[in-house]
Design a protein around this ligand. Structure first.
Ligand SMILES: *Cc1c(COP(=O)(O)O)cnc(C)c1O
Length: 438
């Protein structure tokens, strides 16, 4: 025992080992040091030999300086809120790296003077929404709604249909969000039916705005009626429309999904939307519409607390001006191409001894977009006992358990990601076989 302890390599000696130099640079001294302490303890316990301390440290160290682990989204849900919604384009990732340093986010390099924060991103957004007189960006769509309610309707009333009092997820409800600003809600109509007359009747001296919220995560069918934005336009108070998904223009694959341009053309005074849903960009709240209203929001003290950082501005600009986003590409993929990818991947896995076959699947937009819409897709069916090992991998793979099988839907997997998915399945199968033997 004493002998073993004496042979435990000293901390400074281990930390000075050249094999740990990269890890020290990547992860920092504190993280490496705690892994060293754990390995020394194992050495003291004689479960590893002194020569194995450095390899044990390397094996125990995390791959990166964040606890976030990459996940291959094989759920068939394109915008998975638990997976961070839209994956960014390479252009947006690159823009984030640029913005990570010191940049001219609020400085005019031509004059050396302070300039409008994030002006190139705002110019890109204005260019992408030609129907808007002005635009602004905040932290997310919820922030956009809070800012609109605070700046336009504090101590006054927001007229809203009872069919549009939406819970957006994780227990957060838009009505609570809106009333937290001091605005009061004047609910009109019923859950299933609201007419123009309901709005007209409710509008009075205390009304600050009419709010239309897209029911983005549920469908009401049967005996229903809602009032289109065009019938509310010019109703006497600002009409604010939360379109939800951030689709800038109509999309053929999801024809019923509202978009920013159509809402503005229909007469909305202000439109709000998310940046990380169908727009395919970073988390952000997009605000577009009448110049005086946008300015009122932008100038409100609360706007400072809701402003986005330089990383978001950079990624948003690249999303708007750069190549098609992974989200747009997924929406455009044909069912035939998805099934073809599934067949090829299944064949490769079968060759390596895995019980895999291609299956037709039903994918969804998810994340508050195109509720109830099913999109024909393709996937690879593998044994269900691979589901847990797939989650344990790096990257992890999240599939879907269907009919006693684990189905890996390719809808949300970029077409360039099939190799990585195949490797992850093989690695999971290896781990699973290893566990089986143990
Ligand atoms: C998703 C969604 C929100 C919330 O947007 P965040 O960007 O997540 O804050 C609000 N309204 C609608 C209609 C939505 O679909």
């Amino acid at each position: 025992m004493d002998d073993a302890r004496r042979r435990v390599p000293r901390t400074d000696a281990v930390l000075a080992d050249p094999r740990l130099a990269g890890a020290l640079e990547r992860l920092g001294r504190a993280t490496v040091k705690s892994a060293v302490a754990a390995a020394q303890q194992r050495c003291r316990d004689a479960t590893i030999s002194p020569a194995d301390v450095v390899p044990a440290v390397l094996a125990a160290l995390p791959a990166r300086a964040t606890g976030l682990r990459p996940v291959i989204n094989a759920t068939g849900v394109l915008l998975h809120t638990n997976l961070g919604r839209a994956p960014l384009s390479d252009a947006a990732r690159d823009a984030i790296l640029t913005a990570a340093g010191t940049v001219d986010v609020e400085l005019d390099l031509a004059t050396g003077r302070r300039a409008r924060r994030g002006r190139s991103a705002l110019t890109a957004l204005a260019g992408a929404i030609c129907d808007a007189e002005a635009v602004h960006v905040v932290n997310n769509n919820a922030a956009a709604l809070v800012l609109a309610a605070t700046a336009l309707a504090a101590d006054r009333e927001i007229v809203i249909s009872r069919g549009e009092l939406v819970e957006i997820g994780d227990g957060f409800r838009l009505p609570d969000l809106l009333t937290s600003t001091g605005a009061r809600l004047r609910e009109v109509g019923t859950t299933n039916r609201t007419g123009r007359a309901d709005y007209l009747e409710a509008i009075g001296p205390r009304t600050a705005m009419v709010l239309k919220v897209h029911p983005s995560n549920f469908v009401v069918s049967g005996f229903t009626s809602t009032v289109p934005v065009s019938e509310l336009a010019g109703i006497g108070v600002p009409v604010v429309v939360d379109v939800g998904s951030g689709l800038l223009a109509p999309h053929a694959a999801i024809p019923d999904e509202p978009d920013v341009a159509s809402a503005l053309r229909a007469g909305a005074d202000l439109v709000t939307a998310s940046g990380d849903k169908l727009l395919g960009g970073p988390q952000a709240g997009l605000i577009a519409g009448r110049a005086d209203l946008v300015e009122a929001l932008r100038r409100h003290p609360l706007a400072r607390a809701l402003r986005v950082d330089k990383l978001t501005l950079a990624a948003l600009e690249a999303t708007l001006t750069g190549p098609r986003t992974p989200t747009a590409q997924a929406l455009q993929a044909t069912t035939a191409s998805l099934l073809q990818r599934a067949t090829a991947l299944a064949a490769r896995l079968t060759d390596r001894g895995i019980d895999a076959h291609a299956v037709p699947t039903r994918a969804a937009v998810g994340g508050g977009g195109a509720p109830g819409v099913q999109l024909a897709s393709g996937g690879v069916s593998v044994p269900p006992d691979l589901a847990d090992p797939l989650l344990a991998g790096d990257p992890a793979v999240l599939g879907r358990l269907t009919d006693g099988r684990c189905v890996l839907d390719l809808f949300a997997v970029p077409s360039t990601g099939d190799d990585a998915l195949g490797e992850a399945v093989l690695a999971a199968a290896n781990r699973s076989a290893g566990l089986g033997r143990a």
